[in-house]
Write a protein that binds this ligand. Structure first.
Ligand code: NAP
Length: 334
């Protein structure tokens, strides 16, 4: 393909909060796919808190090096190579317009509707919500389920699934606009702001019967506050710790471990969505069913243009997004 490939590289690994200066743009030749490869055109680029954590290391994948194309999950259209042109694939093309990838590293996608849903509620974050809540959280009807980053990509699906499971649902989010979306649009029973100086008191008032399941997306002080409100035999689903990603010096804590775990016989368990890979199609089918009936509302936060990806990630870490944040790099395939 005789075309230029616009790319965004990590220019410098950040120590503190991520800034625009940590990125730079570049162009490269697109090239031709060889045997066992496909040439992909990026349609949607997923913007994830994990992108920042990967820069720091200490995660489930190798650290991103300076001067590499910034890593990222994408939905792409196959243009040439080992798969039929026009196939939509989920892959890690990174922050660039085109990528040549091994065919074994791309996953053809069943397109059921808008690709934005496919990347959000039917993609990684929707599946994380599904397996984290249902398999690890094991909610029962009548339980109180609390979720943090509740207006985010994973959180807004967790809350709605908990509601479908017959639970009382309380969201924790970072602004009054977000807490309103949760209670007025998504059917949460209550929502509180983690920026409130009286977070623990607010949460206690919103959960008069205590907390049975806490789906933790943020770690830090919010985890600490919620641990103290857990009921006996409660489950804490450790999904992520976004409050600790945008730094090279994460805070120690939370306090209360192991004390609360012992006295309340809590189960605190991590979830990695990739562990459930074999069962993704079944979960996707169920999520698609709820979307189709309107029992699940998928919120998307789409930013136009690859050049805006750095700003989109910096903003995500500050809580600018409502729903699944993504960057539209190119048009949907015809
Ligand atoms: N384990 C897995 O397999 C897996 C898979 C996908 C994602 N995850 C994890 O799931 C979590 C959510 O990811 P996502 O993709 O759905 O992102 P997201 O929730 O859409 O975006 C991140 C949100 O985090 C909140 N936040 C940022 N700093 C915070 C702080 N100091 N305290 C409290 N909240 C803060 C912001 O919302 P506010 O305005 O509410 O602050 C922001 O909107 C992350 O921890 C991520 O790593 C895990």
């Amino acid at each position: 393909v005789n075309q230029q490939n616009r790319q965004i590289l990590l220019a410098e690994r950040p120590d503190g909060p991520l800034e625009l200066r940590h990125f730079r743009t570049a162009t490269a030749e697109v090239g031709e796919p060889g045997p066992g490869q496909v040439l992909c055109r990026t349609v949607l680029l997923s913007i994830d808190p994990a992108n920042r954590a990967w820069m720091q290391g200490r995660t489930y994948r190798s650290q991103i090096a300076s001067d590499e194309v910034m890593a990222g999950f994408t939905l792409c259209e196959v243009l040439a190579g080992d798969l039929p042109a026009g196939t939509v694939v989920a892959c890690e093309a990174g922050w660039q317009e085109y990528a040549i990838l091994p065919t074994t590293d791309v996953q053809p996608v069943t397109v059921r509707g808008p690709l934005t849903d496919q990347l959000g509620a039917l993609g990684i974050t929707g599946l994380t919500a599904y397996f984290g809540l249902i398999e690890v959280g094991q909610p029962r009807p009548g339980d109180t389920v609390v979720v943090s980053a509740a207006a985010g990509a994973t959180g807004h699906v967790v809350g709605q699934l908990a509601h479908l499971a017959g639970c009382r649902v309380v969201g924790i989010a970072g602004s009054a606009d977000k807490t309103r979306v949760l209670t007025e649009r998504l059917g949460f029973d209550a929502a509180v702001s983690h920026r409130s100086p009286t977070l623990r008191k607010d949460l206690k008032a919103a959960c008069p019967g205590g907390v049975d399941v806490y789906f933790d997306n943020v770690g830090g002080p919010v985890l600490e506050a919620t641990l103290s409100l857990m009921n006996a035999r409660g489950r804490v689903v450790c999904c992520g710790a976004v409050s600790q990603y945008d730094t090279s010096t994460p805070a120690p804590g939370p306090r209360g471990v192991p004390g609360y775990l012992v006295t309340k016989r809590l189960r605190m368990e991590g979830i990695l969505v990739s562990d459930f890979h074999d069962r993704w199609p079944v979960a996707e089918e169920r999520l698609a069913g709820w979307l189709a009936t309107g029992q699940l509302i998928a919120l998307q936060d789409v930013i136009d243009g690859l050049d805006n990806a750095p700003m989109a990630l910096i903003g995500l870490l500050k809580g600018d997004n409502v729903g699944k944040r993504m960057v539209r790099v190119g048009p949907d395939p015809h």
